[in-house]
Write a protein that binds this ligand. Structure first.
Ligand code: ADP
Length: 584
């Protein structure tokens, strides 16, 4: 149904309902008023004839008939008991047959209050009559005067008819007026709706031809303003998008973006080149585009509410570091952004470096062993004290070098990821006892307290015993080396997803700026001290690699002159032998 028709029908309904209510109220008031006037008129006539009537008058009946003819109404004279003494409508036998009137409403009121009236059906004359009765001045009886209410009804009906007619005319006139007025409104609405269509189709500059000074005109101007602002915003967005596209196009890193369902919504040229894609990946799932489970798993992991995440991804002979991050809120991401960094060259250099170290170490091993052997033989000879001192130095340095080379080998093997883990049940207390006995001499020499702390009943965990023993050894060795007084504590705790171990000392501590680098190989905070204490800078790199091989994490907290806590966490436990995992 059109807006106009609805408006007219609503108007008619409201007007007709109002008219009906008005009509009912007016007609009731009108009837009551007309009867009141008629009653007053009758009463006036009654009062005029009242002094002429006496109940004992022998010609009463004739007098009543005359008076009734003059007043054009029915007159009845009734004595105090209600007996009809004379009635202009009856005479003779008819009068005698009339029943006692004491029970009539107007008679009762007149007897009691001097005056009474009623509008009712007359059982005597069998018609509706309006009665007014008054007591005679001498109290001997009363006189009643009655008249048919026909004239009242006629007047009332005439008036009601005219009111109804006027009402219908008003309603019709109003409906026509509403129809005509609504034509203007609906034209304005149609134009506004056409303008809205044009705006949504991209016509932002069109003028809306509604020029009236009312709300429609104001709405049209607002829509024009809105369209201009929308155009500005779209232009801004467009230019920002171009900007972003230019940046993405020029990036050497590959970028892949998905929606909340995991479907690709964008990818830059570097990504297409990295994975040698010829077709458009938008709208597809990552697994359909890059046949690599790690990429699609990474995306799903982020969409499932996971943390930012990194993984090494291989495509052919190339290696990429993929960084997964949620778009928007982490708990309900609007999508995933993945950045791919080509680290093939880095890996190649690392391999070359590793091979170089491995080869040099290997080449050094044989001459060093023979130097160590000769030095040891000479140590036992009876030499001059100065020569004895030189030989001792040669022997110690060769031993230190040999140890370093051994560590370099271990590190190279760990870095290659070639070491297979052999998981077994390991006892924390056994490891503690082992390191305690290994470093007992140094602990005693420095008078350090050595203790372990674990919740009662907590002792066993799964790990590669050989490797994890090495981790404890390296960490305790450092703690002993860099602590001159106080204590060294080894702690084991059960955490939500595994076990956490801490080696806590009260030693010299590590300055803040070095904390992020101490797990790098050959990194030493104080080279002189490290060299003096036989440090190689490889111990913590080995620790990091072993923990990563267990799919765990290692970190450090330290305060200079207060002490150091080196902690590592092992999962609880599903072994992973790949080198990829959360960055430690
Ligand atoms: P190093 O053989 O020199 O000890 P590491 O790789 O074990 O090599 O440690 C790297 C550097 O970290 C050390 O040279 C030292 O400066 C610092 N470091 C390691 N552990 C501690 C510790 N418990 N307290 C103070 N400094 C430490």
């Amino acid at each position: 149904m059109s807006f106009r028709l609805r408006l007219v029908i609503s108007f008619l309904l409201v007007v007709l309902a109002s008219l009906a209510i008005f009509w009912i109220w007016t007609s009731r008031r009108l009837d009551a008023h007309l009867y009141q006037i008629a009653e007053l008129d009758l009463d006036t006539r009654l009062q005029m004839i009242l002094p002429l009537i006496r109940i004992e008058d022998p010609d009463l009946d004739a007098l009543i008939d005359r008076l009734a003819a003059g007043a054009s109404c029915r007159i009845t004279v009734i004595d105090r008991t209600g007996k009809v003494m004379a009635d202009s409508a009856y005479s003779g036998a008819g009068l005698v047959e009339l029943d006692n009137h004491a029970g009539r409403r107007e008679i009762m009121d007149a007897l009691e209050f001097g005056r009474g009236s009623s509008l009712r059906y007359s059982t005597s004359t069998e018609e509706y009559l309006l009665y007014v009765a008054r007591r005679l001045p001498d109290g001997s009886g009363l006189v009643r005067i009655a008249e048919k209410p026909e004239s009242i009804e006629n007047v009332s009906a005439g008036l009601k008819h005219r009111i109804s007619l006027a009402g219908v005319l008003i309603a019709l006139g109003g409906a026509v007026a509403v129809w005509l007025i609504s034509r203007r409104m609906s034209t304005s609405l149609e134009r506004l709706s056409e303008a809205a269509d044009a705006i949504s189709a991209g016509e932002f500059r069109a003028e809306i031809p509604v020029r009236s000074g009312d709300e429609f005109g104001a709405l049209a101007r607002r829509m024009e303003q809105l369209a201009r602002r929308l155009e500005e915003q779209l232009t801004l967005l467009e230019s920002e998008r171009n900007h972003l596209n230019a940046v993405l196009d020029s990036l050497t890193e590959g970028v892949l973006v998905t929606d909340a369902q995991g479907y690709i919504t964008g990818a830059n040229p570097a990504f297409l080149k990295m994975f040698q894609l010829s077709s458009e990946p938008v709208g597809k799932l990552p697994l359909e585009v890059v046949r690599n489970v790690q990429v699609s798993d990474g995306v799903q992991r982020i969409l499932g509410g996971g943390e930012r995440w990194e993984a090494e991804v291989r495509s052919g002979r190339r290696v990429f570091l993929a960084r997964f991050a949620p778009i928007g809120r982490k708990d309900s991401p609007a999508g995933t952004a993945v950045v791919f960094l080509d680290i093939s060259e880095l890996r190649r250099l690392q391999n070359t470096q590793r091979d170089f170290i491995s080869n040099v170490s290997h080449e050094l091993k044989t001459p060093l062993t023979s130097i160590q052997g000769y030095a040891e033989t000479l140590r036992n000879e009876n030499l001059a004290p100065i020569h004895q001192r030189f030989i001792e130095k040669i022997y110690r340095n060769a031993a230190q070098l040999s140890e370093m080379i051994g560590e370099l080998f271990s590190l190279a093997r760990l870095e290659r990821g070639s070491s297979e883990l052999q998981l077994e049940e390991v006892s924390f207390q056994e490891l503690v006892a082992e390191v305690r006995s290994e470093f007992s001499e140094q602990l005693e020499h420095k008078q350090l307290t050595f203790e372990s702390a674990a919740e009662p009943g907590l002792d066993r965990f799964r790990a590669d015993r050989r490797y994890i023993g090495r981790v404890f050894r390296n960490l305790v060795e450092n703690a002993v080396k860099y602590t001159d007084r106080g204590r060294i504590t080894l702690r084991m705790q059960q955490v939500e997803d595994g076990f956490r171990f801490c080696v806590i000392d009260t030693g010299i501590g590590i300055p803040q700026e070095h904390l992020s680098r101490i797990f790098e190989r050959f990194y030493r905070v104080d080279r002189d001290r490290s060299r003096r204490t036989g440090g190689t800078g490889i111990g913590l790199a080995i620790v990091k690699h072993i923990v990563q091989l267990h799919n765990g994490q290692v970190w450090v907290e330290s305060r200079v002159n207060e002490g150091t806590v080196i902690s590592f966490q092992l999962p609880g436990f599903s072994p992973a032998t790949s080198a990829s995992g959360p960055a430690a």
